[in-house]
Design a binder for this molecule. Structure first.
Ligand code: SF4
Length: 367
């Protein structure tokens, strides 16, 4: 996991955004430099957002020249962006000539959350998800994952602070395990972004063995794209459930929470009209989650072209939430943000791609 990434083609510069601290120390060892130089470089790149080696003034001149010649700090380029009146920002990032991803910043009272992608497209085929319709293109590299944070922070400047990161954009992060873990190591590294482990959240559809591996290698918050309280319904909405059914998934969540229930797991539940939103579903959900330290996040469904689903009404969502709360479950309803821009996952990328279909595939971001 921490092996030194090689340049993509002979003669190409090595992108230092691809290295977590351990990997950069190994790289500096290989080129005959002291490991503490790697810490200095990590601080320049991630804490101060510097990409020009010449500006890294506490490095020796020969080292700066050497890095300039062989390395680079290259985040994905911003291809398009939108800003909402409510402060929500959305960026379309170019990761290679054919592929773009979305990153969204959502400001709230006392916090700023960045939602980032881990893959281009997704192979998991959840029936309510617009990304699923596009299929899977490729995994993102570490530089492309952490580069979303690097680029967003540069764009926001002093204006807004990113306090939370959620891997909840395009893709299933646990199917890009090594790159995602390295990127999250940088997010939580005090020499890089220094985010609290509670404020970095990985959202998964439920790849059970990878949840156990995650618990062994890094301590971050876990969210599960649950969306249904029974196997019969979840098999339809989140087909990976056929491989890892609810019993196995919830057992993995309990293991993740730890023996003392140290960590609460967040369960995301998209509200689909007449599909998963009845009082019977709410009661089944209460039974399902009993004994697991959990928070439930109800997500009003964002419609997109050709989907058979509709969002539950506000009343139904409120009633569903009340039933969960009466049973003692901590429940929130996600607010709709950025309604004056294409802030719902996948809207912007679909629109911009549709304007220029020869250049870009139609893509959309899931949850
Ligand atoms: S909901 Fe998440 S895991 Fe499911 S298809 Fe969409 S992006 Fe993939």
């Amino acid at each position: 996991m921490n092996s030194v990434p090689a340049p993509v083609s002979p003669g190409a510069k090595i992108n230092l955004l691809d290295f977590d601290r351990e990997a950069l120390q190994a790289f500096f060892g290989e080129i005959g430099e002291k490991p503490f130089r790697a810490v200095q470089v990590i601080q320049w790149i991630h804490q101060r957002g510097v990409s020009d080696f010449a500006a890294m003034t506490d490095l020796s001149k020969p080292l700066r020249a050497r890095l300039q010649e062989t390395c680079e700090v290259r985040p994905p380029e911003i291809a398009y962006q939108q800003a909402s009146k409510d402060g929500t920002r959305k960026w379309l990032l170019q990761v290679d000539p054919r592929n773009r991803i979305e990153t969204v910043f959502i400001p709230e009272e006392g916090r700023g959350t960045l939602c980032i992608s881990s893959q281009v497209g997704c192979a998991l085929n959840c029936s309510f998800c617009s990304t699923a319709q596009q299929g899977f293109n490729r995994n993102l590299g570490v530089a492309e994952i952490v580069g979303q944070l690097w680029a967003a922070r540069r764009e926001l400047g002093e204006e807004r602070k990113i306090t939370n990161v959620v891997l909840m954009g395009m893709g299933e992060p646990l199917l890009n395990f090594a790159h995602v873990v390295s990127a999250m190591r940088l997010m939580t590294d005090d020499f890089a972004y220094g985010l609290s482990r509670r404020r970095v959240t990985l959202s998964t559809s439920g790849i059970v063995p990878a949840i156990d591996r995650l618990r062994e290698v890094i301590d971050v918050s876990l969210a599960i794209s649950l969306h249904a309280p029974t196997d019969a319904l979840r098999d339809q909405l989140v087909p990976i459930n056929k491989k890892y059914p609810l019993r196995a998934l919830l057992a993995a969540c309990k293991r993740y929470a730890g023996t003392e229930n140290r960590r609460k797991v967040t369960f995301e539940y998209v509200m689909l009209d007449s599909v998963n939103d009845t009082p019977a579903h709410a009661k089944a959900l209460v039974r399902l989650l009993s004994g697991i330290p959990s928070k439930i996040n109800l997500i009003p469904f964002n419609s997109y072209p050709n989907t058979p689903y509709r969002c539950s009404s506000e009343d139904v969502i409120e009633r569903f939430s009340a039933l969960l709360q009466q049973a003692g479950l901590i429940t929130t309803i996600r607010k709709t943000r950025g309604s004056d821009i294409d802030a719902a996952c996948g809207q912007l990328i679909g629109k911009v791609s549709a304007r220029d279909p020869r250049k870009f595939r139609l893509q959309a971001v899931g949850s």
